[in-house]
Design a protein around this ligand. Structure first.
Ligand code: SF4
Length: 78
């Protein structure tokens, strides 16, 4: 299980999540941050730190945001 960063990150890229992640699994891609689903320990720290509420648990993703989970997996080669 993992958390997923969605569209509000694209214009914001605040990076608060990077500072709070205990396992350092959030990386900046070309246009937004992504969480590595194979390293995320599901702690939820990033979700509450995000100033634009871009981060959701994979089980709570809206249908239209599923693409961001797929993008994260592709980015990290999963
Ligand atoms: Fe990092 Fe925790 Fe967020 Fe996973 S849920 S990306 S481990 S801060």
């Amino acid at each position: 299980m993992a958390f997923v960063i969605t569209s509000p990150c694209i214009s914001e890229k605040a990076a608060d999540c990077v500072d709070v992640c205990p396992v350092d699994c959030i990386e900046l891609s070309e246009d937004q941050y992504f969480i590595d689903p194979s390293l995320c320990i599901d702690c939820g720290a990033c979700e509450s730190a995000c100033p634009v509420e871009a981060i959701y648990h994979e089980d709570e993703l809206l249908e239209e945001d599923q693409i961001f989970f797929e993008k994260a997996k592709k980015y990290f080669g999963a």
